[in-house]
Design a protein around this ligand. Structure first.
Ligand code: URP
Ligand code: ZN
Ligand code: ZN
Ligand code: ZN
Length: 470
């Protein structure tokens, strides 16, 4: 038999086209497209259904070690389970270097964390927090050559942040070795100064987290890193962009011909600062993430950027902490000052359905743009395209077969190990009927576990744009 599986009568959507086709799959890959393919060992009837490439979530945090007592709720088992059930077939979490640690040691540690656990394919971005001469001249270039072709750097958080000189050094390595640099852009000193003022006024409830990180803090850092990247002459990707002020900086950079890419996330479309609590309600800790969600007007700015091409990538920034747990949003079991609440919210499983429903079905973005933002561009930005991120002969058979129909997001239906979802109660009109990972059904309304089936992906160079002239 030429096919292990034929997905029949699909309405196939890629980043550039929509067409009716059968999808012939053998050995985990797409081997033929066209109508009236011969029958396969197995058949799935997709008549009337949209089929997209599996989601590529290029920004999520799984099992990343934290300062005690904080601990991430999802490891590679529960995190990739949740991904599969929401239509995501590739995840790229972070291997974070601790200050004083070698990058190699961080990478080894993450491979051990993923070993035997992942249900879908995965890679690691590096987090560079200690750019020693050894890291800059040897470790980072060697790891890039070995297929870790992207890294994140932070402008805030004491245990991760780099100063401007260090950022220039690291960006120079990205330029020389053709890697993708992801930037967390927030001004650390402004945040600390504001946090101390809020604390001395007794303003420590979760909602003051948003007051400690107003948009200008993100705008200043975005402007600064754009300048640093211009000086080095290297593309950058500014991650988790939250609202108007950072967007204005990115539009300015683009208008001046700079290769500044931008990512946004569901929290900036579906949450506002009010979700951090009315009065001093501690349950607002559930939505404490950085940058914080803004307001309705800023949600519209983000929607416009998704529609008009400003944004390149739509990721979850899944950073899972339980709410009612001493290792989560209540450190040591206590309601603490916002400074001590672990930053981050879950969103791996709900990312695609939220954007499909509120973006595509509500007419804000096209189906092809949805595919580009959630699968094709993240694959290109991370050297995984065309193996990942498209439906084409030769690509991995990572597919989502969509079903339309009313559904309400309930944490009880999700597959992560977090005790809440920030999107509880939001209506969606589309959800994966099937998720296929390399031709295997991992989700068909129930999860089909096989921990360890997910492969580590050695990546190529980013292919978002032709390489810049020197
Ligand atoms: O609050 C957030 N976003 N936590 C995750 C870490 C990060 O900076 O992306
Ligand atoms: Zn970040
Ligand atoms: Zn993140
Ligand atoms: Zn089944």
């Amino acid at each position: 038999n030429p096919f292990d599986l034929v997905v029949r009568n699909a309405r196939v959507a890629t980043a550039s086209d929509t067409f009716d086709s059968d999808i012939g799959i053998r050995g985990g890959r797409i081997v033929q497209l066209g109508l009236d393919l011969p029958s396969g060992t197995r058949e799935i009837d997709a008549a009337g259904r949209v089929v997209t490439p599996g989601g590529v979530d290029a920004h999520c945090h799984l099992d990343q070690p934290m300062a005690p007592p904080a601990r991430m709720a999802d490891d590679f088992d529960s995190g990739t389970r949740s991904a599969a059930c929401g239509g995501t077939t590739t995840v790229i979490p972070f291997a974070a270097q601790e200050k004083g640690q070698s990058l190699r040691a961080a990478v080894r540690d993450y491979h051990q964390r993923a070993e035997g656990k992942a249900h879908v394919d995965h890679a690691f971005h590096l987090i560079v927090s200690d750019p020693t001469p050894q890291v800059l001249s040897e470790e980072l270039p060697a790891l890039i050559r070995e297929g870790y072709t992207s890294f994140k750097i932070y402008m805030t958080y004491d245990d991760l942040k780099l100063d401007d000189g260090q950022i220039l050094d690291v960006l120079e390595v990205a330029r020389r070795h053709d890697a993708m640099a992801m930037i967390h852009a927030e001004n650390s000193d402004c945040i600390e100064w504001l946090t101390k003022r809020l604390e001395s006024a007794g303003r420590t409830a979760p909602r003051f987290h948003a007051h400690s990180r107003p948009m200008l803090v993100e705008r200043e850092a975005a402007h600064r890193v754009i300048s640093l990247a211009e000086l080095v002459d290297v593309p950058i990707l500014i991650v988790h962009v939250s609202g108007r002020e950072a967007v204005e900086q990115i539009r300015w950079a683009r208008a001046h011909g700079l290769n500044v890419f931008a990512e946004t996330c569901p929290q900036y479309l579906f949450l506002t600062a009010e979700d951090l609590g009315i009065d001093d309600d501690y349950r607002g800790a559930k939505c404490v993430c950085s940058p914080p969600p803004r307001n309705k007007a800023n949600q519209e700015v983000i929607w416009n950027g998704l529609a008009d091409g400003l944004f390149t990538v739509f990721s979850s920034d899944h950073a899972p902490f339980k709410y009612d747990a001493p290792e989560g949003k209540k450190p040591g079991g206590e309601e603490v000052a916002f400074r001590h609440i672990p930053n981050g919210i879950p969103g791996l499983e709900t990312r695609l359905s939220l954007l499909y429903t509120h973006g595509v079905l509500q007419g804000r973005i096209t189906l092809n743009r949805f595919v580009e933002l959630t699968s094709t561009n993240p694959a290109k930005a991370n050297g995984l395209h065309p193996r990942k991120g498209t439906i084409a002969v030769g690509a991995d058979a990572d597919l989502v077969i969509w079903q339309e129909g009313q559904r309400t997001i309930r944490n009880a239906d999700l597959h992560h190990d977090v005790d809440y979802t920030p999107y509880e109660g939001i209506e969606v009109q589309a959800w994966p009927a099937y998720t296929l990972s390399r031709g295997e059904v991992v989700w068909d309304g129930e999860f089909h576990p096989r921990a360890g089936r997910g492969e580590f992906l050695r990546r190529g160079r980013p292919t978002l744009l032709p390489k810049q002239a020197a």
